[in-house]
Design a protein around this ligand. Sequence first.
Ligand SMILES: Nc1ncnc2c1ncn2[C@@H]1O[C@H](COP(=O)(O)OP(=O)(O)OP(=O)(O)O)[C@@H](O)[C@H]1O
Length: 580
Amino acid sequence: MTVEAATAPDLKSTARRVLRYVLPHRLGLFWTVLAYIGAACTEPLIPELLRTVFGKGFQASSFSVWWVPVVLIGLFALRGLFGFLGQYMLNQTLTRSVMDMRRSLLDALLRADASAYTSLQPGAAVTKVVNDPNQVLTLLSGTVVSVLRDGLPAIAMLGYLLYLNWQLTLLSMITTPAMAFVVKRVNRRVQQIGARNYDAQLELVNKVDDITRAWRVVRSFDAGDYERGRFADIARKVQRSALKVSATNALTQPLSQLMASVGLSLIVSLALLQARQTNTGVEEFAAFVTALLLMTSRLRHLSDLAQPITNALVIARGCFSLLDTPAEPDRGTQDLALARGELSLREVKLQYPGAERPALDGLSMLIKPGQTTALVGASGAGKSSVIHLLLGFAQPDSGQILLDGHDIQDLRRAALRRQFAVVSQDIVLFDASVADNVAYAQPRDAARLEQALRAAHLWDFVQTLPQGIETPVGANGSKLSGGQRQRLAIARALYKEAPIWVFDEATSALDTESERAVQQALEQWQGKKTLILIAHRLSTVRAADCIHVMSNGRLLESGSHAELLATDGAYAAMVRAQHD
Ligand SMILES: Nc1ncnc2c1ncn2[C@@H]1O[C@H](COP(=O)(O)OP(=O)(O)OP(=O)(O)O)[C@@H](O)[C@H]1O
C-alpha cells in the first residue's frame, strides 16, 4: 500500500474526530453560517448596482447621483457587519471546541497506562494538549471563514451569472476539473511532508524540554555548543520539511491562476463576441464580466484551502495519538475503606518489557501491619519494583499480592492507592505554595499542615520564608535545597491519611540531625501506620521491626537488625562494608 493510500482514509477519520468536538457547539456554527450568508447576499448587489448605473445612470432624468455612494457604502457596511458577526460566532464556537479537545486530551494523559510515560516526553505532552488543539482549530477556522467568506459569495455570484447568461456561465466551468486535479495532487504531497514536519517539530520540542530540565548538567558540562549543534540539526530538518510544504503550496497558486486565466480570457472573448452579434447593451457585458471576475477571485482563494486543512488534520492525527494511548487497566471491583496494612507477596515474578532478566524472581515476603519494615539490598535488587507492584503501577507476570487478605488485582486502583503515601527517590514538587504541596489534592487543615511540617522537620524553616506556608516553591521546588525538597515530600506523605507509608530513599539527602529528627517524629505514629523503608544507608533501618534483604529480585533473609547480625549473612556483610 502506498503512503498516500494509507494516509487518505486515516485523515478522513481524523476529520470525523475533529468534527466530534465541534458539533456539540453547532448552534454557534449555525449563526456563523447565517451571518456569512447575509454577507454573501450583498455580493451580487455590487454588479447589479453597476448594471443599474450603466443602464440608467447616464440619463439625467434618472435617480439622483448621491444614491450611488449611499447605496455602495451601505452595502459595504452591511457586509462588514455580517462578516464581523460571523467571525465572532465562529471564534466563540472554536474556542469552546478547543477547550473540549484539551479536556479529553488531559483526561487521556491522566488515565494513560504507566508504560506510556516511558516514551512520552513532558514537552511533547504539553504540545499535544495545549498547542495542537489550538493550532488545529485555528487552521480549520481560517478555512471555514474562507469557505463562508469566499465560497458563499462565489455561489451567489454563480447564481447571478446563470441568471445573466447561463450558456456562457456553464462554459466558464471548463477549467474546474483541471484545477481540482492540481489541488488533489498537491494535497497528497502536503500530507506526506506535513506528517514528517510534525514529527520533526515534536523532536524540536523534546530537545528544548531536555535542555530546560537538565540545564545544570548542560552548564556543568559546558555543553552549550554541543546542544546548539544538536538543536540546529533538528531545526534544519524542520526547516527543510517546512520549506518543502510551502514550495508545494507556492506551486498551486500560479498553476490554478494560469488555468483560471485561460478560462477567463476565453469567456470574456466569447461574451464580447456574443454582445456584438446580439447587440446586447454594454451594461449587460459590464455586469457579466464584473461578476465573473469577482467569482474567479473568490474561487482562487478557495483553491488555497487544501493545505491548511491537510496541515490541520496531520497535526490533529498527532494529538489524537495521545487520546489513543491505552488507559491504565482497572479490572478491580472491590472497594476498601482504610486498610490495616498487612501486605503479602507470594511467589511474585516481574519482568519489564524488553528487559533481559526478571526484576523480581519469585519473591515472597510479608509486611506486617503497624510495623516498620525495611527493604535493603544492592542497587537493582528490585526494591522499588516491589513498591511499583504494591501501587499497581506494574502488574506481576505471576504470583499474588495481598493487602489485608484481598488480592490487589481485585481492588479498584483508586481504592488501592488510597492506602499508600509514598515518598519516592525522585522528588516531585508542584509549582505551588508550600501549603498546596503538602495538602496536595486534599482539603486544607491548618493543624494537620503544621503537624506534617513539624514531623518533617520543616516547620521552623517554613516560618523564615517571606510568605510562610504560602511561599511558592518554584518549578519542581527549585527554590529549595535538596534536603528541604525531600522533607517537603515527606510532609506531603504524612499529611495524606493513608495507613501505609512508603519511604523510598526518602531521607537520603538529609543531614544526620534532620534524619534523626524525622525518625523521632515518626515514632508518634508507631503501631498506627505500616511503614516501609527503603534505604542504602543501613543506619536508617536499624530500628525497623523487620528487615528484608533482597538480591537479584529474591529475598535472601529477613529479621531484625540484631537477628540478622547474629545470623552473620548478607546483611551483616553489608553492615560491615558500610563501617569500613
Ligand atoms: N521501567 C523499567 N524497564 C526495564 N527495566 C527496569 C525498569 N525499571 C527497573 N528496571 C530494572 O529492574 C531491576 C530492578 O530495579 P529496581 O528499581 O526495582 O531496583 P532497586 O533495588 O530499587 O534499585 P535502586 O536501589 O538502585 O533504586 C533493575 O535491573 C532495573 O534495571
